[in-house]
Design a protein around this ligand. Structure first.
Ligand code: NAP
Ligand code: SF4
Length: 666
């Protein structure tokens, strides 16, 4: 059997999980649409894919505990009936599901938020109200009631959220708990609330119900928990009646990335490994685990009893089924980009997935077999063209895919060269294996012309983008980002013109000097200041980055701070990474000329020369539409997608989504 540890059952006494895979909690926004059929289909699809146990997105136990006003919860009998639709559908699909109870405390985006003490969070505008004794009792009893209702609604268990800096975590650390009563002060007092919650939830739900407690292993905030405190809490939570300990890494306000793509795979699993001998209940490890091989290795080395993966189940609901079938290479990989999941959540949009536009859209975006197969030509094997070709072929169309280069992937092949973006390798490999497994006729190294495309029923132009000509005097002395990423020699002092996604990528490439700390977890931890909670409370150490390989200026014309247009949940990481390496990020720059002396600029009306050895152009893209125009002249209708359609703000998310939607409707 492939993956003998990962696919081994887990006996919890009253119930046996069919494997060691947990789909971790994710807020999708689906519940808030009120379309419970859609919620049910989201989870049932993943249940059919074979995952051992799923945890829902966080459900508020009361109004003050909701992450935002109107956040989904389990308050009324009507709520119970809605949740019942989900649990029934999951059970009919052979799955198991636990409901996460999430009290946000001071992270609730509301003036009614509550916490241990009136200490405002740096990521919320609202100072919390300090709870009195009666207020604390109300929160406990609301959490307990939510757990009892979860049982009534048919869930197999609950997960009590005690990590990531939410309500229970706020009581645990002196950073946010300044109380002097029995809920504050000593650690025994600070941990009273989570332990009491677990004890009373267990009493309310009975012995034959899964009770997961998500414990914060490393807070990554000043004055966080020590390792002694973490293990003391773990043992107390076990004694209070938890069946499983899931693990959480870092508070949301932590200035250390914990799940982004530049975080090494399984970067925090060593902490679960250290916790495991302290308790006798199963322990789950999490964060940046996205392949069955990584998960299997962690279980085989004894780092945990179970592995939690969340976003990988957006990318591919059939993760477990494919692993079981020995088809791991066909699992659509989560590249940890956050672009369609967390970035959407934080902009109030429904979650989806860059790699799988059907995620959370299962009932509305369907790839149905076509009743009338057509011949379809797709020109361009970048993300837009690849997805269009795959979906069209899956539906039964006869697809021919052209690309003038000798390989699949288009611009993804540049992204994969950037340090910290190694996950793009997996995405290109996945596209290649899907194409190989399909009936698509692939014609690489072929520059398709008008005559090649005559006679097809449908023509899809996905020819992508080309670099914009910024028209700077002397720019023939500059390098294009494409040359640089492909290894053209670059001097020790470099100016990067353009601070969009590619400018940031190129700056990271230049300061890294060919070494990616993402591939070296211990170095990555040192660089970001991830210490050992046994020696420094909260595991926060002084960041100690290596010296940059080059001195870099990252420039833009807009007067605003560079990087504003980057991803909502990842932009700060890119900015911080470059700051650590001393990159000078300047807005409000005019480019006057590139000369033998360097780059002549004007800034705030003052002219200056940056005495750089190299200038790299990252000034955005324009659509590559030559073929589309020639087809139009020849009277051949074509669909234009991806960068060839609109280059501005193009990313792989939009390209893949557009390709999938077009092909779903052909
Ligand atoms: P971009 O985001 O549009 O940025 C282009 C940059 O060039 C801007 O800084 C712009 O700033 C500057 N610029 C525009 N016209 C110029 C001109 N005529 N002369 C000089 N500078 C000019 O494009 P990109 O960086 O090429 O990235 C393309 C797309 O790839 C992005 O939209 C992004 O979504 C995607 N991408 C995303 C990521 C990611 O991390 N998510 C990474 C890489 C790429 P000023 O106009 O102020 O000078
Ligand atoms: Fe993973 Fe990106 Fe998809 Fe989110 S959008 S699930 S991070 S691949």
């Amino acid at each position: 059997m492939p993956y003998p540890h990962l696919l081994a059952p887990l006996d919890l006494g009253h119930v046996t999980l069919k494997n060691r895979v947990l789909m971790g909690s994710m807020h999708t926004g689906l519940e808030e649409t009120g379309d419970w059929n859609r919620v049910a289909e989201f989870y049932a699809t993943r249940a059919r894919g074979g995952v051992g146990l799923m945890v829902t997105g966080g459900m508020a136990p009361n109004a003050e505990g909701g992450v935002f006003p109107g956040a989904a919860g389990l308050f009324t009998p009507a709520d119970i009936a809605n949740h019942r639709i989900v649990t029934d559908r999951v059970h009919a699909a052979g799955g198991r599901i636990a409901m996460q109870i999430l009290h946000a405390g001071r992270y609730a985006y509301s003036k009614d938020c509550v916490s241990a003490s009136a200490v405002k969070s740096p990521i919320s505008p609202f100072p919390p109200r300090e709870l009195d004794e009666a207020g604390i009792e109300k929160q406990i009893s609301d959490i307990v009631t939510a757990a009892a209702r979860a049982r009534e609604a048919g869930y197999d268990g609950v997960e009590v959220m005690g990590s990531e800096g939410y309500f229970l975590n706020q009581f645990l650390v002196a950073h946010t708990n300044h109380r002097t009563d029995r809920w504050g002060g000593s650690f025994e007092n600070r941990m009273r609330l989570p332990v009491e919650v677990v004890r009373r939830v267990r009493a309310a739900v009975g012995a034959d119900f899964i009770l997961i407690y998500r414990i914060s292993l490393i807070d990554l905030i000043p004055n966080g928990q020590t390792w002694d405190e973490v293990t003391t809490l773990a043992r107390a939570i076990q004694s209070a009646g938890a069946s499983i300990l899931n693990t959480g890494i870092g508070w949301h306000e932590a200035r250390v990335p914990t799940i982004a793509t530049s975080v090494p795979r399984a970067a925090f699993a060593h902490l679960t490994a250290r916790l495991r001998p302290e308790v006798s209940i199963p322990v789950i490890t999490s964060n940046r685990i996205n392949t069955p091989d990584v998960a299997e290795a962690l279980l085989a080395e004894g780092a945990a009893d179970m592995v939690s993966m969340a976003r990988p189940f957006l990318a591919d609901p059939d993760f477990v089924a494919k692993a079981e079938a020995g088809q791991a290479g066909r699992i659509a990989p989560c590249i940890a980009c956050n672009q369609a999941c967390l970035d959407h959540t934080f902009s109030g949009k429904l979650t989806s997935c860059l790699v799988n536009p059907r995620a959370c859209h299962e009932t509305v975006l369907r790839y149905e077999p076509t009743p009338a197969p057509k011949s379809v030509a797709v020109v361009g094997a970048g993300p837009a063209g690849l997805m269009a070709a795959l979906v069209a072929a899956k539906r039964g169309h006869r697809v021919t895919l052209f690309d003038k280069s000798g390989s699949l992937g288009g611009q993804l092949n540049l992204a994969r060269l950037v340090p910290g973006k190694e996950e793009f390798n997996g995405l290109v490999e996945w596209f290649a294996s899907e194409v190989a497994a399909s009936a698509i006729e692939v014609r690489l190294g072929v520059t398709a012309g008008v005559d090649d495309l005559r006679g097809f029923d449908e023509v899809i132009i996905a020819t992508g983008v080309s670099p914009r000509d910024p028209g700077i005097p002397g720019q023939d002395r500059a390098l294009s980002y494409i040359d640089v990423l492909r290894g053209a020699p670059v001097g020790p002092r470099v100016a990067v013109i353009g601070a969009g996604g590619i400018g940031f990528d190129v700056a990271e490439f230049l300061v890294a000097g060919g070494h990616s700390v993402t591939e070296h977890p211990a170095e990555w931890r040192r660089e970001w200041g991830v210490g050992d909670p046994a020696t420094t409370p909260g595991g926060l150490a002084e960041p100690a980055p290596d010296a940059p390989a080059r001195e870099v200026w990252l420039l833009q014309r807009k007067a605003e701070k560079p990087g504003r247009g980057l991803g909502k949940t990842t932009g700060w990481i890119h900015r911080a990474a470059l700051q650590m390496k001393g990159v000078k990020m300047w807005g409000g720059v005019s480019y006057l000329a590139i000369t033998a002396d360097g780059l002549r600029i004007a800034r705030d009306g003052v002219e200056d020369v940056l005495a750089v050895d190299s200038v790299v152009l990252c000034a955005g893209q324009v659509p590559e539409r030559g073929l589309a125009d020639r087809l139009a002249e020849a009277g051949i209708a074509a669909h234009i997608i991806g960068g060839a359609d609109v280059a501005a703000e193009l990313d792989a998310k939009r390209a893949i989504d557009q390709g999938a939607r077009l092909a779903a409707g052909l």
